[in-house]
Design a protein. Structure first.
Length: 277
């Protein structure tokens, strides 16, 4: 088999509910690399909250902050920060519509206190790995600073939550033309709606293109694994796309293959089926 470049989302794909990767998944990643393939993290998380228990598995590089930061073997290929003026403009629009925000920067995460309170009271849709991740970060005691400590030097992206869908739709009308405005899965009974905005032209798919260019690889030799709609561009860019069994239905419709659920070691079994590991 030709050498493949494999890109793995973290939450809902590599790991479940902020847990460490399973032994089977660790084995699959390490075996694929020993067979000559290259394996990369491709995540919405910013670098400070990619845990050591994940990094120690061993990867050839990281696409972080949904494509705003790309590095290979510690060498930074791309790093793009939204200017502070733009951040404040977006925060003003969200706050005027009664929505709560979380700002992800190279230094860490800063959040409206109301957002943390809301996250502690709602039941996340099972396919909404991003909302589940934020809830588990609070439970795990991961350091998240209050907004009043935000240094105001720009950020990679803004995550948002709202108690009503109408506010989400209204702010999308303001911001959707300028940003990738992703809304994560929700049920009809949802009492919390969440998503994120990142600049247009920056996404996980563009990160894959950068990595391929660096290695002189063809996109047809790439494989992407994901579970939510912030993985959509990654899945569309890769030569082969694999949706997790627990992925949202909208993403599954776009995938070439669907593997087992994350809690069933879907990556491990799909790597074996593809003869990567």
């Amino acid at each position: 088999m030709n050498r493949k470049l494999i890109f793995l989302d973290i939450d809902g794909t590599l790991v479940t509910q902020m847990k460490a990767p399973s032994d089977h998944v660790k084995k699959a990643v390490r075996s694929a690399r020993s067979n000559g393939h290259k394996v990369f993290l491709c995540t919405g998380r910013n670098m400070p909250i990619i845990g050591q228990d994940i990094l120690e598995v061993g990867f050839d590089g990281v696409i972080a902050s949904a494509g705003s930061h790309v590095e290979v073997a510690g060498k930074v290929l791309f790093d793009r920060i939204l200017p502070e003026e733009t951040i404040q403009e977006c925060l003003d629009i969200f706050h005027r519509h009664g929505m709560y925000c979380r700002i992800e920067t190279p230094e860490g995460i800063y959040t409206d206190p109301q957002m943390e309170a809301l996250l502690q009271t709602v039941q996340a849709d099972a396919s909404n790995s991003e909302l589940i991740r934020m809830q588990k970060e609070i439970e795990a005691g991961i350091t998240i600073q209050p907004y009043d400590r935000y240094p105001k030097k720009g950020a990679y992206k803004i995550c948002f939550t709202s108690r009503d869908l109408e506010s989400v739709e209204q702010t999308k009308r303001y911001l959707g033309g300028r940003f990738v405005y992703a809304v994560h899965p929700y049920a009809d009974s949802s009492s919390c709606f969440n998503g994120e905005i990142i600049p247009k032209g920056i996404d996980k798919g563009k990160g894959i293109e950068l990595v391929c260019s660096y290695f002189g690889a063809d996109l047809k030799d790439t494989i992407a694994f994901g579970d939510s709609m912030n993985d959509y561009e990654m899945m569309q860019t890769a030569g082969i796309s694999v949706a997790m069994g627990n992925a949202c239905e909208e993403l599954k419709k776009t995938a070439d293959y669907i593997c087992k659920n994350v809690w069933e070691d879907g990556i491990y079994y799909e790597f074996r089926r593809m003869k990567l590991a």
